[in-house]
Design a protein around this ligand. Structure first.
Ligand SMILES: [Zn+2]
Length: 280
């Protein structure tokens, strides 16, 4: 695991074991607020202990950006009495798939035995939710596209936007919606945050936000174009496998070996949707 400071009171933890997934902690007057957790129990426990010692404070609340397991599992390492705040859709998705996903993870790696699933206790359905932590205000609002339940968390005093997986080193839409994700990336640009903390990968600093969001938008446009080409030429979905990530303007460094698979899953999800529309 790596860690760094985003600002005086904001800490970022990044897993070196799973796709550079990020967890953010904000020290506030009322205690520490943690946004998303890392999946592996030893990393999650280390973070909880580090924050206790470093801040000398109790935790205030936990916020979950969306229901994907790489952000959820480690929440168990924080005190049980804390509320977990998310979108209502996130809570529903976790009730539907949480336990079965966890059972599967435990089969693959016994380290997950100690994880208990945390189901969100405070949710919002539409619009926004403000979490007042005294000297810090967290504005929670929908940022769908990567998944329907994904939310953004803006720390108003710092203009730091934590996007969940709405922004990540390679935008992933295989479990989401292409158009929604494009709209979400445009919204992030319009918000002009000072700093963007992505769900996976490096922090995007002031002055880079526009450029990086444009890169992600043009990547997704390329994904759609490739899917359309394969479909138009009447070629089989297997042939999508040969389309490299680099042709769409991104590279493999941030997410390593998983990059190609994630990229192909993106193209196939658009291909399948277009094909269904054509046939339907
Ligand atoms: Zn995700």
């Amino acid at each position: 695991m790596y860690w760094e400071r985003v600002s005086e009171k904001i800490f970022l933890f990044t897993s070196d074991r799973y796709a550079l997934v990020n967890s953010t902690a904000v020290l506030t007057e009322r205690g520490t607020v943690v946004i998303d957790a890392l999946p592996f129990p030893d990393e999650a426990r280390q973070i909880a202990r580090f924050l206790e010692i470093r801040s000398g404070m109790d935790f205030y609340s936990l916020i979950l950006s969306h229901h994907h397991m790489d952000h959820v599992y480690g929440l168990y390492a924080f005190p049980e009495k804390l509320d977990v705040i998310s979108s209502e859709l996130c809570r529903q998705r976790l009730l539907e798939v949480g336990e079965s996903s966890l059972a599967q993870a435990r089969e693959g790696d016994p380290a997950f035995e100690e994880v208990t699933l945390r189901i969100p206790t405070v949710t919002f359905d539409t619009g926004e939710l403000l979490v007042d932590a005294g000297d810090k205000t967290f504005r929670l609002f929908p940022l769908p596209g990567h998944s329907a339940d994904n939310i953004g968390i803006l720390i108003e005093e710092d203009e730091v936007l934590i996007t969940g997986d709405a922004a990540m080193a390679i935008p992933i839409i295989a479990d989401g919606d292409w158009q929604q994700e494009i709209d979400t990336l445009k919204l992030i640009k319009e918000m002009k945050p000072d700093t963007v903390v992505q769900g996976h990968g490096e922090v995007i600093l002031r002055g880079e936000v526009n450029t990086v969001m444009d890169l992600y938008i043009s990547y997704l446009e390329c994904v759609r174009e490739k899917a359309e080409q394969v479909l138009k030429k009447g070629r089989d979905r297997k042939e999508v496998w040969d389309i490299p990530l680099e042709i769409c303007g991104l590279e493999r460094v941030p997410l390593g070996v998983a990059s190609h698979q994630l990229h192909i899953a993106n193209i196939l999800s658009v291909y399948d949707k277009l094909k269904a529309e054509q046939e339907g």
